[in-house]
Design a protein around this ligand. Structure first.
Ligand code: AMP
Length: 114
């Protein structure tokens, strides 16, 4: 989508600190890190919110989670643990309307989240 910031990042029109890329997925450092490691993992295809997923997106979202697990391992987060967050719509904290998973690690996290 032409005015989507994450689509522009995926295309390279906006710079990002890339940590992983394949045909379908792109992962990069969050510009406002909330933990020592804070990455975003996005499908390259524009999907606005988790509400927009359909059954045919299952394999893509599965690969996204597997990639998150692998990236967490590569970032040295597997042993102590990490958190994956996906916000859906404004009241959950979604500010960019292109589906993304936050991968956070390097500190302890509280539960329940704020
Ligand atoms: P959310 O609020 O769950 O939609 O998450 C959006 C995230 O995108 C926030 O954590 C922002 O800090 C991050 N963000 C926004 N613009 C950029 C950018 N240009 N590069 C990297 N991260 C960004």
């Amino acid at each position: 989508m032409s005015d989507c910031i994450f689509c522009k990042i995926v295309k390279g029109d906006i710079p990002s600190a890339r940590v992983y890329e394949d045909e379908e997925l792109y992962a990069f450092k969050d510009i406002g890190p909330q933990a020592p490691t804070h990455l975003l993992i996005v499908p390259k295809r524009h999907i606005p919110t988790l509400n927009d997923l359909t059954g045919s997106d299952g394999p893509l979202m599965g690969r996204l989670l597997v990639a998150a697990s692998r990236i967490a391992r590569e970032q040295g987060l597997s042993e102590k643990g990490f958190r994956i967050v996906a916000n859906c719509l404004e009241s959950a904290g979604q500010s960019v309307f292109h589906v993304h998973f936050h991968l956070l690690g390097g500190r302890a996290f509280r539960w329940p989240p704020g």
